[in-house]
Structures are given as structure tokens and as C-alpha cells.
Design a binder for this molecule. Structure first.
Ligand SMILES: [Zn+2]
Length: 81
């Protein structure tokens, strides 16, 4: 139903196979889970989730934004993972 599903967990199929495969790849390769993230958003709300994520993805060395796909900070090249 268009406009009714804001987050994957609003869908009856959550977590679907497609999301499951993506989640598995990201858990293995990048150490993060979008299914866990979605469960957290459902539990604590998007605002608190974003506050926490903003902290989590900030470089401790320079305050730059960390990218999930890169093990180095793209600003200062600090190896963070
Ligand atoms: Zn940095």
C-alpha cells in the first residue's frame, strides 16, 4: 500500500528474504545489521536512534563522518575498524 510503509518493519513480510540477504552481507562484511537497526528504531524511535548513530559514526580522531564501507576515516585516514 503506497504511503503506508515508512520503515521495513511496517511491512507484513518483515524481515523479508531480500532484506535478510542484505543484512547477512553487511553483518559479515561491515559488522552492522540493518535488521538490528530497524528493531532499534521500532523500540526507541527514529530520533534516539539517529542521536546514537551520529555518535557511533563520528571519527574519534577528527570528528569527521565515518563511512560503513570504509575502515579508514575519509577525512583524517584514521583506521577506525
Ligand atoms: Zn577522522
Amino acid at each position: 500500500m503506497p504511503g503506508k510503509v515508512r520503515f521495513c518493519f511496517h511491512c507484513d513480510g518483515f524481515p523479508c528474504d531480500r532484506l535478510g540477504h542484505l543484512d547477512k552481507r553487511y553483518r559479515t562484511k561491515y559488522g552492522m545489521s540493518m535488521i538490528d537497526n530497524l528493531e532499534r528504531i521500532k523500540k526507541v524511535g527514529i530520533r534516539q536512534f539517529i542521536r546514537h548513530e551520529k555518535e557511533k559514526w563520528t571519527c574519534p580522531e577528527c570528528g569527521g563522518i565515518l563511512c560503513v564501507h570504509e575502515s579508514q576515516c575519509l577525512t583524517c585516514l584514521n583506521q577506525w575498524r
